[in-house]
Ligand binder design. Sequence first.
Ligand code: SAM
Length: 287
Amino acid sequence: MNNLADPGVISDILKRHGFTFSKGLGQNFLVNPTVCPRMAEASGAGPGVGALEIGPGIGVLTAELAKRADRVVSLEIDQRLLPILQETLAGFEQVKILNADVLKTDLHRLIAEEFAGLEVVVCANLPYYITSPVIMKLLEENLPVKAVTVMVQKEAAQRLCALPGTRACGAVSAAVRFYAEPEILFPVSCGSFRPAPNVDSAVIRLQIRKEPPVEVLSRKKFFATVKAAFGQRRKTILNALTSLLALPRDRVAQACQAAGLHASMRAEQLSLQDFAALSNALFPDSY
Ligand code: SAM
């Protein structure tokens, strides 16, 4: 089988199929031969494991997952890539390509139908225009998934893996921590892609937690509190929550006190435990 990460091989395949890259679909294909084996290895793909991939492109990462996992299912939105994938993955019986938009796919159903009896991992070089929606879909839907190993833009990696209570933290970082234990695995330079994007990337891994690390009375209210606090991150939590949650100022002030927090703190100073205590105090009747 050809080396699918070889720029010469890629341009030959794409030329033969008359394929041109779609910027709108985030099509930057990997041409660095070391990245996909490292990603596939880190993803946990192996015997007894099913791997779900998003956006296989011409199949460079798909092939590495297929060498390790018992089954690989890849969702590709661009139907022009289907004949190419049929050619490049011809030797791999355990691979299934579905022409589908990940954001419109019922992943619970897909996992139940395609990966019965297998432990499931997600591994992908994500299209950057939908990084956050895809990651939040994977986390919020409480899928039976062990880990999510994905390539994202370097800045997104830093934001997604930032620790609450630090300056780099945002609402999405707090949400990721609630569902998973995130870590940045390794950087990938922009020269590793064709066409080369303007920014560098990084591979991150989210190990999905069995239980959230904090007790919240209502997840909905917890995430609303986090979002409001970071929605006006330069303001104090008292001002941000009063304005964005449309609550009386004295109620927010009392909740801060009950949670052991100073009302003049900023969102980036709060830990996950602080946010849990604050939302529980703000909305004690939630369920
Ligand atoms: N995995 C390949 C690689 O590493 O070279 C391609 C990665 S490329 C960054 C992203 C891929 O995701 C493209 O093949 C693109 O067509 C596909 N894609 C974009 N939006 C998608 C969506 N909503 N659902 C599924 N695939 C999508």
